[in-house]
Ligand binder design. Sequence first.
Ligand code: GLN
Length: 491
Amino acid sequence: MTQNSKPLHDLTVAELAGQLRAREVSAVEAAQHFLARAASHASLGAYLAMDDEVTLAQARAADARLAAGSAGPLEGVPMAHKDIFVTKDFPSTAGSRMLEGYRSPFDATVVRKLAESGVVTLGKLNCDEFAMGSANENSAYHPVRNPWDLTRVPGGSSGGSAAAVAARLVPAATGTDTGGSIRQPASFCGITGIKPTYGRASRYGMIAFASSLDQGGPMARTAEDCALLLTAMCGPDPDRDSTSLDVPAEDFTRSLNDSLDGLRIGVPKEFFGEGLAPDVRATVDAALEEYQKLGAKLVEITLPRTELSIPVYYIIAPAEASSNLSRFDGVKFGHRAKNYADLVDMYKKTRAEGFGDEVKRRIMIGTYVLSHGYYDAYYLQAQKIRRMIADDFQQAFRFCDVIAGPVAPTVAWKLGGHGNDPLADYLADIFTLPASLAGLPGMSVPAGFGEGGMPVGLQLIGNYFLEAKLLNLAHQLQQVTDFHSRKPEGV
Ligand code: GLN
């Protein structure tokens, strides 16, 4: 309990950072509180690795800096990382058997930058294997449960991150978004998450899935917290990530309170077609009405190639994955088969044992679409349509300042609900894939509740580098609604 008797786990990052700075609570107390919560909620399956000694040592160092007056902006705030970010003090598995027990000799740039602003690491969070999935059921270790309904999925691939934040096991977490993996689990778990413009946050130390799409970002309960965290995470990393943009870090909190008067919100008609569940539609419509009350205008726009984003993404992402995952050969790191006849046999057995079904499926699709004779028909075509999808957004942004719509066609489905049908998962990505293919910033903001009392997120998409505008919109919605501060029962 803190002075105003709000339990520590109900504080936002901004509130907790303030109390730490005022020395009303120590970093060690905060770390202990969240370590205990994680332990008592272990059945959610959110964490893959914790190490109390490491966390408490970091917390003691944060307390020393707070005492010495040399504290960073997030000094002592506990956070946990999606297990796709490598960390030297915790194992890094990418949710795969291939990397079971693997320890990186270095920290990912995002992890390092957060640590430099004072963040204390609580542990590593469960995710789909190599971030391939939409339900966290592709983790090689165990699934994650949605804290709003334990029989449902938390979304994926950053499902551990979303569930941990929603259940208040940690004030905030990192996630990565290749085709929606920050936005969709944030929507399913009723929290706030933002994927910045591609290249804003360094990919160094983010275990690669599809390098032209992968982008890290924060997941927290409020837009203000996301803004604080994004400020710490972004910035150029020219020596380590050649695709990181040469755009200086900025203060993403600066325009949270800007007025929305006269702002034009583009509503893509393709996002409101037959496939959208009525409960999600009603919730999204209600959020759009709130924006009108805040002075914004709605403009109908068209993103005509929305449907094509599914085949395009599911060609390009597996193509890049098949190349990126070739490094897991049993030689350099990770799993190696025990019994084998020769080198080729060792490769084969290592990969057969180390990778799960979905990863193997994507490696096969990827190598197929890149192979001689099919490259032009699939991969090259997909690249051309990807460019058209990006151009469609630029057309749309002539008529609006930001775009809003649903994050996903439905609320979170039941664990096992999609059975063995990977296509059902792929189709559910339809509204998040377009912004990913275009490299645009996108976020999910809690907008209300749908079927079964499950959270529904509103997706906001901006033009390149307009993260601050998206955060402004999200923050304004959070001033007039309380969906982001509601708690799942029993939490
Ligand atoms: N669901 C998508 C996929 O399975 C997106 C995953 C992601 O963004 N990492 O590829």
